[in-house]
Design a protein around this ligand. Sequence first.
Ligand SMILES: Cc1cc2nc3c(=O)[nH]c(=O)nc-3n(C[C@H](O)[C@H](O)[C@H](O)COP(=O)(O)OP(=O)(O)OC[C@H]3O[C@@H](n4cnc5c(N)ncnc54)[C@H](O)[C@@H]3O)c2cc1C
Length: 332
Amino acid sequence: MERTTAFLDIPAATFLPGLIQRAAEMEMAVADTPRGKAVELYYGTLEVIDTGPRTRVELVSSDAARLLNLRDTLTWHLDQVGLKHCITWAKMKAGANPANLALGHVVWVSEISPNFTRVRLAGDYTRFLEGGFHFRLLLGPKELGWPSTDDTGGTVWPGGLAAWNRPVYTVRDICPEGRWIDFDVFRHEGGRANDWIITLEMGEEVGITGPGGTGHVSAPWVGLFGDETALPAVLRMIRGAPDGTQGEAVLLVPTEADIQRVDVPEGITLRWLCREKGDVLMDAFRDLRLPEGPRYVFYAGEKTEVAEAREHAAAIGLKRGEAHTLVYWTAD
Ligand SMILES: Cc1cc2nc3c(=O)[nH]c(=O)nc-3n(C[C@H](O)[C@H](O)[C@H](O)COP(=O)(O)OP(=O)(O)OC[C@H]3O[C@@H](n4cnc5c(N)ncnc54)[C@H](O)[C@@H]3O)c2cc1C
């Protein structure tokens, strides 16, 4: 277990209700402890201890990378409620790379279809064998160096955080020993990752942070819907589904030539839609025949469509925990 401590210059009552509400939205548990409240979040536990005008928050995670993500989650939450300035972190040793950073080298780049490029990075990715499928690609002034940690364990971004574009990508495939990962970049106009791919060189050093986000599915019946950006996530969910999983998956790609040949387990049907034919992902979700009993629906894509999907999921009676509707990108 890894731990760190945050001190907040505010009473617990000022921010705890919002934090508890956030935990409830994510269906995470809140428990009473002898010292205060323990709030379970995706990356670990926050124990909130009321010490009068100040609050002490103990953060505990299973490993250092998750602890850093948990720390970022708390900072993000405080920022959302305008309280980020109230936080001071306990001192630690400075200078190391952040625990959630993984450095690797480009060993293979291939245009696997007209609109997708696959990149293979070689390095130590053992951490990515478990947990969420996703990572942030660090595109920024790396000539200034990779991020390091300050004397509280926080991340120091060379040139400032704003100088870094950190789009989220999905580990499409990982070597069983964690020595390489593949990810598929959907090539779209104006994308900064698109520009990065164009200039990418063999052997180039690449930094990513993670893992995070959603991972394998475990319901006996699944309905999985994704556009180009969620294609890697859906295909990994299908491949990793436990034996006997039943369900349907629908993926939207620009052209027929972008359809990937993949093995699909017997109980799951995979259907491909093409934008060039006028297919619409949301139509497929509307046509879905939802079974009774334990089930799970995943829908990821563009923000406006995801809002529609979220409404539709509620309208057809999917409860919290039965559906994840996730924004993977935002159209201008
Ligand atoms: C959990 C998660 C996993 C993801 N996994 C993948 C993945 O494996 N592969 C992948 O390709 N993407 C993936 N994405 C989507 C990717 O993060 C976004 O497309 C991101 O905007 C790309 O960053 P960028 O810096 O290239 O684009 P930006 O510089 O942020 O955007 C530039 C312009 O491109 C537009 N744009 C962004 N995405 C798209 C798009 N898909 N189609 C058309 N226009 C777009 C924006 O509206 C903007 O105008 C994932 C996103 C999430 C949240």
